[in-house]
Design a binder for this molecule. Sequence first.
Ligand code: F6R
Length: 615
Amino acid sequence: MCGIVGYIGHRDAYPVILKGLQRLEYRGYDSAGIALYDGLEIKLSKTKGKVADLELKFSQQIEPKGSLGIGHTRWATHGIPNDTNSHPHFSNSGDLVIIHNGIIENYEALKQELIKRGYHFSSDTDTEVLINLIEDIQKNNGLKLGKAVQVALNQVIGAYAIAVFDIKKPNEIVAARLGSPLAIGVGEGEFFIASDASPFLEYTNNAVYLEDEEMAIISLHNPLNIRKIKDDRLVSPYVQELKINLEQIEKGGYDHFMLKEIFEQPHAIKDTYRGRLLTDEGIIKMAGIEDHMAKFLNANRIIIVACGTSWHAGLVAEYIIEELVRVPVEVEYASEFRYRNPVIDNSDVVIAISQSGETADTLAAIKLAKEKGAFVFGVCNVVGSSISRETDAGAYTHAGPEIGVASTKAFTTQITVLTLIALRLAKAKGTISNTDFRAHLVELEMIPKKVEEVLKSETLTKEIAAIYKDVSNFLYLGRGFNFPVALEGALKLKEISYIHAEGYPAAEMKHGPIALIDENMPIAVIATKYGHYEKVVSNIQEIKSRKGKIIAVVTKGDTQVKGIADHVIEIPETIELLSPLLTTIPLQLLSYHIAVMLDKNVDQPRNLAKSVTVE
Ligand code: F6R
């Protein structure tokens, strides 16, 4: 993962890079470093810890001068998080300096070769190998930096987004990407390099996104030079005008991004269906689906690939699509799918779901599905991301930037897009009546208002959080459309509070997890008034007779569960298949408040990163 930032231009590079790294910290935060060139020498500071620790170190050690620099915030792959393994890394001569996001898989073989040629290494990283390989090539062949980088990258197996500069030519940065994102901000007499556009939004709205296997020679004296790494072919830069603004990536008065993003959900869901859900006309319009309708209608099955929270959204979609479209759906962890030689061909449609659009396993699953002839449709949030480019067609969620590492609005907006797709296909296939179709459109349009209502339960969830914050285990139960919500509730709690939690289909409880229940076990049960209601009530009774503590999410006006549960949180009535959009909200709030009360770093939980670009 890792976040990278570079700057070359007329400003002081340090504040640009430092602020940029703070914005990219969601990508990794176990160490950070910045290298600046001040006209005479490279000033480097790096440290284990957060960008704030780096800032402190700089203020104690170095005067941060120079208008050329690169910085890095790390999520360790090769080598433990410590000062030495932090980036940037120097070449042996001290002339070249690099930042790298990704993994060089053949680094050990390259390292042994370099050691034989007299190179030494101070860190355990693959990155230090790469910068010395570039130096070796440059020295032995008398090449310019750009050419040496290109030759080196052709020897490398793995994934990377890199930025390199050479003290001997301090008006140039060379950047390249394969499998890890890299954006170049194009300003007036200045350039920015970053893992996403957030570090340069206040300076320019113009960005060039490098494609895989492309490199850029970014010079103050020449036009932007982009070429293919393999065959040196020149590529004319496509400068995009960015639509996101600074406000969208700041906390806006909330204590944490996660809370802000939970509260953004009414708006985000509306943005997701805007222009697609046309209730007055009684239609759903989605270009990505219309253009490929035959593919969807002729599909023997739909396979959904995703990871983490996006996989949970895929599970919800499985229930929704099978219910509405009557086509078999399989949901796969992308990481399993990519390595298990799946039976798949051109009669299958694959839907890949990813907030970041950069998840390495999902990207690899897409490539495999395409190789086997399947049509691949992407559901992504980040516009222009690798997955959105790799897929045959797709639909964006339009949730706006999600910065908190724990996904919240990504989940509900993914479900919204997938519901729109299911409804559109059901209409085309005739598996839904006109009346039901209209009823679903009307109800979906009302979901943002209902989410707003559920958000009012924040005080109640805070009170519940205070009661259970010190437990060691939590269970989450749900059935049908809300079984994946139980999984998602458990994932949210464990990732930000570090409390062990498990999600289960409610009826599976008796096949094992019931053994865990005693007076110390809180169990969040989604017990909304639908098909399985009576059965879930029986499960609640079973838990109560074993003294477990019940936190129930119920439909407004419920009396039966209220009589048994220790705590109830009400959600407004809706159509069953839309209920995950509401039931998930109190569970997000519960895990958020437990984590805050435990004084955990909610937005940057330990060991995690927002965008998992390694497998
Ligand atoms: C959980 C979470 C992760 C991601 C997963 C997939 O809160 O954020 O489980 O859902 O890493 O990421 P995307 O959706 O970017 O592919």
